[in-house]
Design a protein around this ligand. Structure first.
Ligand code: MGD
Ligand code: MGD
Ligand code: SF4
Ligand code: MO
Length: 686
């Protein structure tokens, strides 16, 4: 392997999409002046991004499970032939819907586009990405109400024009650090306010004017109470309501039944604080919301976001600079994976699989008849694992680690054990790869070419800085090779490289129409990208909503109880993230630089709850419920609400998703990661 060469690429971690490249002086990453980090800023994860290159744990040879039950090194031909044979047999016996495809929001638009095309040309819509575990509910609510499930505004627009940030269930100071540092803090410095709704004080709270420590799962009562204050105190935007909003009368009738004190009480927040938050948000010239996993990951996550959209509609905070509903997206390409169709119900460009005209458009590009493409929605990720061994017998997991990140892992583990064939394409021997029949060694971000779409809809280019290790191959080449083998379609999986795939996907993804590699260059192109535009549209819904209608509707939202009821001796476990680790930790736990940072494998517990259980700071504690048992060190801290405990899901030990439940949102099928009932006690061995 020759030493890496600096070339402008994009950080592989969060959806902010900072431009980074190799720094030969210290072997770390350094920011270049990218489209988002315009002054070259990066956070600690970005700096450590090159720790994957040449890492001793990297997968460098294909692995195939032998008759002895062990994984053995194999040639590429042997490994791919094994996939071809096993998947062929499954399709022959059970039909194409007996296969399931997990796409990767950590990977490029081109890779995800080819991946979903492979699934669909095989005849199944069972393709999904971990947006399902993430903002699926947000996308569902926003698409339904406004016609687009994406940030309504650009980050630059918010930095320059927002007067108030209502941050609900998100911790951007740690999860979107460069958004926070380079867009939110400058806005606060010029006088904007920040309201933080989170059961836990964290780095975002440190910069907040108001903190509403909501009870996990009770955002709807809180947001309804805020809406009531807005209406009661005449803080609505009358002109906007007249011109752009319907359903006003029904909504007011609904609010008649909302009592601010009672709803604030249910949410566990001081009613005066709720009133102050409502006045601050509604009284600001331009107010935006930032919404995250604290809202989306409930079995009524879609309703949570509906309640947030109501507040924006009442106060006229949509369709103008500095105002809007802004979900901060998760991985570096979770926005793009959805845009290009790695979803079971939607084709590239969010066209419904049931829509004959949309299928015909895609079929035409792929050289088949519309009838040849599957016309019924496929299974979502969590539904898929529940169907393993039942209706689904083969799975292809590309750049995900579900054995750490899915809810109720005992059930998921059982599902995986029932598969006839599991194929994993990854860069490390993950907890999921350990169960695979075939493991394919792919390319890390630093070794690949392609585009990714960040949280504010900017499409940017990644460029290789480093050589591939051993026999590892580029993900796109592997997927194209498999596409040819599994479908026999040389013309559709020609391996002409990412630029050719991008050109194809812009023809079937209307939001990307007109974009090109040359046009993006070392800048970005933002969707929607109107013909003749140089940059794309920063603020959505200006004259009409993306739905094509001038108006959007207010919708009464009724609180639903979390799936787990909580007994007197139980606490509510909510889960989330910390700055220095990323998702399943497959990459960041292996980074020498990041693991030196402060430990994060702890259970945060309030001093009152710790005291009544005889737990001291640092004690090992057992956390358990009917689904599982986990042992972890306690961090006793008043930062967390009484009655609530918090842990991250970044580790295989402690494996927090052994405790989470798999109740799903009926619309978006997102699981309830943010509310589980648990018992906590000091571990016997101390
Ligand atoms: N450092 C780091 N950055 C990341 C990631 C990472 O793993 N590490 N992952 C990326 C991904 S995939 C995503 S999706 C984003 C997620 O980014 P965030 O949405 O910020 O992620 P979380 O930490 O899961 O949840 C945010 C907050 O919700 C709070 N919360 C919990 N329950 C509730 C509730 O019921 N109501 C409310 N209002 N709040 C609640 C938690 O205390 C937590 O502070 O981050 C991305 N960026
Ligand atoms: N309890 C709890 N659970 C959660 C959440 C929570 O808040 N609480 N959040 C959920 C959310 S929002 C998300 S997004 C999911 C994330 O769930 P996952 O997507 O399963 O988690 P990641 O760790 O991001 O998995 C990425 C995998 O891709 C591999 N990889 C990285 N780069 C590449 C590449 O370029 N090529 C290939 N082939 N592989 C690559 C990594 O090694 C890793 O195994 O977790 C969900 N689970
Ligand atoms: S903010 Fe996100 S994209 Fe930027 S360097 Fe940090 S992890 Fe990477
Ligand atoms: Mo996510």
């Amino acid at each position: 392997m020759s030493p890496p060469t600096p070339r402008e690429s994009v950080c592989p971690f969060c959806g902010v999409g900072c431009g980074i490249q190799y720094n030969p002086t210290n072997g770390k990453a350094v920011g270049w002046h990218g489209a988002v980090n315009t002054r070259g800023e990066v956070c600690p994860k970005g700096v450590a991004a090159f720790d994957v290159v040449g890492h001793e744990d990297r997968l460098t040879r294909p692995l195939v499970r032998g008759d002895d039950g062990q994984l053995h090194e194999a040639t590429w031909d042997e490994a791919l032939l094994r996939v071809e044979t096993a998947f062929g047999e499954i399709v022959a016996e059970h039909g194409p819907d007996a296969l399931a495809f997990f796409a990767s929001s950590n990977c490029t638009n081109e890779e995800n586009y080819v991946f979903q095309k492979l699934a669909r040309l095989l005849g199944t819509n069972n393709v999904d990405n971990c947006a399902r575990l993430c903002h699926a509910s947000t996308v569902a609510a926003m698409s339904d109400r406004l016609g687009a499930g994406a940030m309504t505004n650009s980050l630059t627009d918010l930095r320059d024009h927002a007067d108030c940030f209502l941050v609900v269930g998100a911790n951007p100071a740690e999860q979107h650090p460069i958004v926070f540092r380079s867009y939110v803090l400058p806005a606060l410095a010029r006088g904007a306010t920040l309201i933080h709704v989170d059961p836990r004080e964290n780095a975002t709270t440190d910069a907040a004017d108001l903190h509403l420590p909501v009870r996990p799962g009770y955002d709807i009562p809180l947001l309804n109470a805020m809406a009531k204050v807005v209406v009661e105190e005449g803080l609505v935007d009358r002109d906007f309501l007249t011109e752009r909003v319907t359903g006003d009368e029904d909504f007011r009738a609904f609010l008649d039944g909302v009592d601010v004190d009672r709803e604030a009480g249910r949410a566990g927040v001081d009613p005066d604080l709720v009133r102050e938050a409502a006045r601050t948000y509604a009284g600001a010239g331009n107010a935006t919301t930032f919404t995250g996993m604290g809202m989306s990951q409930h079995h009524y996550g879609t309703d949570n976001v509906h309640a947030l959209v109501n507040l924006a509609l009442l106060t006229g905070n949509l369709g103008k600079p500095g105002a809007g509903v802004n979900p901060l997206r998760g991985q570096n390409n979770v926005q793009g994976a959805g845009d290009v169709g790695a979803l079971p119900n939607l084709l590239p460009g969010y066209a419904d699989v049931t829509d004959d005209a949309a299928r015909a458009r895609v079929a035409d590009e792929w050289g088949v008849d519309a009838d040849d493409l599957p016309a019924l929605p496929g299974l979502t990720e969590v539904e898929t694992t529940h169907a393993f061994g039942d209706s689904v017998h083969g799975a292809f997991v590309f750049g995900e680690n579900p054995l750490v990140t899915e809810p109720n892992l005992a059930r998921v583990r059982e599902g995986f054990a029932n598969l006839d064939c599991l194929v994993v394409l990854d860069i490390f021997p993950t907890e999921t790869a350990e169960l695979a029949d075939v493991v394919l060694p792919g390319s890390a971000w630093a070794e690949k070419d392609g585009t990714v779409t960040n949280t504010d809809r900017q499409v940017q280019r990644m460029r290789p800085n480093a050589d591939l290790p051993g026999d590892a191959r580029r993900d796109l080449d592997i997927l194209c090779d498999l596409g040819r083998r599994l479908t026999g379609r040389e013309d559709q999986f020609g391996c002409d490289g990412p630029e050719a795939v991008f050109a194809e996907l812009t023809r079937v993804t209307p939001q990307y129409a007109g974009m090109s590699y040359d046009g993006i260059g070392t800048g970005s192109q933002r969707w929607p990208f109107p013909e003749g535009a140089s940059e794309g549209t920063a603020v959505l819904h200006v004259d009409e909503f993306a739905s094509g209608s001038k108006t959007a509707k207010l919708r009464p939202v009724v609180h639903v109880d979390p799936a787990d009821s909580v007994a007197d001796d139980e606490l509510v476990l909510t889960t989330g993230r910390v700055l220095q680790q990323f998702n399943s930790g497959a990459v960041t736990r292996r980074s020498g630089m990041l693991t030196r940072l402060r430990g994060s494998d702890v259970l945060q517990i309030h001093p009152d709850d710790a005291g009544s259980r005889g737990i001291a700071d640092g004690d090992r504690v057992v956390v358990e419920n009917d689904r599982g048992t986990v042992t972890v060190a306690a961090e006793v801290t008043p930062a967390i609400r009484p009655g609530v405990v918090f842990a991250t899901f970044h580790y295989a030990e402690p494996l927090i998703n052994d405790l989470t439940g798999d109740a799903l949102d009926p619309v978006a099928k997102i699981p309830e990661f943010k509310h589980s009932a648990v018992r906590v006690r000091v571990a016997d061995d101390v």
